[in-house]
Write a protein that binds this ligand. Structure first.
Ligand code: ADP
Length: 344
């Protein structure tokens, strides 16, 4: 079982905004971007989407199907809502694990209006039967379903209104070639740099009534957020709570440092799970190379969780390398581990 960590990029309850929440109710304000202008960073993707959106609007056609892949928290769901908003249509949201058979989609597909967006999160977890069911829906906007059973069974074809499917996955490699090839736009979302995250935090802070923060404080939060907007926004809320309770609302750089130290997050945004992962490879496997399953077994963690939420940022930060023989700590990773030991 994964331990609960404040820097998990996966969505947790405190991240889910409610429309009527406000700064003082304890639940997050809805700071989700609504238009392409508010969606910051990912410039190449936005350019590609901008062109596809304009073309679709001009022809009054649905937009091409889009496959977004990358670690959790980088803005895949947000983008699906933004695209629907830009098209002036609605986004219908579901996920691979929620769809166990093709007929689970019938209700949604038949209710969708022209040019609506269907967002399927974790699309790599769609069962094969559902996958086959959506091929004709994606290609010809029609679905087949079977009426009656036994010798009276007959297949009926139903025409759908044209729509755009947006699939999101953290594991593009697990997608079948057949499904992947049916998307017109396939894009890998990358981690955000500190400037982009600072802009995202600034935009969100403006929407949070009563929060007045210095830009350097936001920059410090951004630099500890593992390149992930979801983590940056969560840290912003935690620091705000700390500032309110301990410092009468003073939101300076020093307060950010104190608040994040209390949460166990170091100056590069790593926490105890990252450290345990790296120390396991260092002490038990002599720095690697070692397979992720072996590390997971030694730590008592799930290998999938390590792959989804721990490794991507360690790889991106250059602390870890993925070789043919397995995971290996880099010299930068060794330096970080040693610096941590010396400071304790
Ligand atoms: P994913 O679907 O990839 O797990 P989400 O779309 O749920 O990630 O994004 C997590 C949070 O980060 C959202 O609440 C959204 O407000 C914020 N966010 C993500 N990407 C951006 C962006 N490019 N600009 C502004 N805010 C963003």
């Amino acid at each position: 079982m994964a331990r609960e960590r404040i820097i998990t990029p996966k969505e947790v309850k405190e991240d889910v905004p409610s429309e009527d929440s406000n700064l003082f109710s304890g639940s997050p304000v809805n700071v989700r971007p609504k238009s392409l202008d508010e969606y910051l960073g990912q410039s190449e993707l936005l350019q590609r989407l901008g062109i596809a959106l304009d073309a679709a609007k001009k022809r009054d056609d649905p937009m091409e199907h889009v496959l977004l892949y990358g670690p959790p928290g980088l803005g895949k769901t947000t983008l699906a809502h933004v695209i629907a908003n830009e098209l002036g249509t609605r986004a219908w949201v579901t996920s691979g694990p929620a769809l166990t058979k093709g007929s689970d989609l019938v209700g949604t597909l038949t209710r969708m209006e022209a040019n609506d967006v269907l967002f399927i999160d974790e699309i790599h977890r769609l069962p094969a039967s559902v996958e086959e069911y959506i091929y004709p829906a994606m290609e010809d906007y029609k679905i087949d379903f079977t009426l009656d059973t036994g010798m009276h069974a007959r297949v009926v074809s139903y025409s759908l209104k044209p729509f755009t499917l947006i699939g999101a996955t953290t594991r593009a490699g697990l997608l079948t070639g057949a499904l992947r090839s049916r998307f017109g736009i396939v894009h890998n979302l990358r981690f955000y740099n500190v400037d982009e995250l600072t802009d995202i935090l600034e935009q969100a802070a403006k929407k949070l009534e009563g929060v007045c923060v210095h830009k350097d404080a936001l920059r410090t939060i951004a630099s500890r957020s593992r390149g992930t907007p979801r983590i940056a926004l969560r840290l912003l809320r935690r620091v705000r709570d700390y500032a309110e309770v301990r410092c009468g609302g003073d939101f300076s750089d020093a307060v950010v440092n104190a608040a994040l130290a209390l949460e166990g997050i170091d100056e590069v945004g790593m926490d105890s799970l990252d450290r345990t992962y790296m120390e396991t490879i260092e002490t038990i496997y002599d720095g690697g190379p070692v397979g992720v399953e072996a590390v997971a077994a030694s730590m008592g963690e799930d290998a999938g969780t390590l792959q989804d939420v721990v490794e991507p940022y360690l790889l991106q930060a250059g602390f870890l390398a993925r070789t043919r023989q397995g995971r290996q700590i880099t010299s930068k990773g060794h330096e970080w581990l040693n610096a941590g030991k010396n400071s304790t």
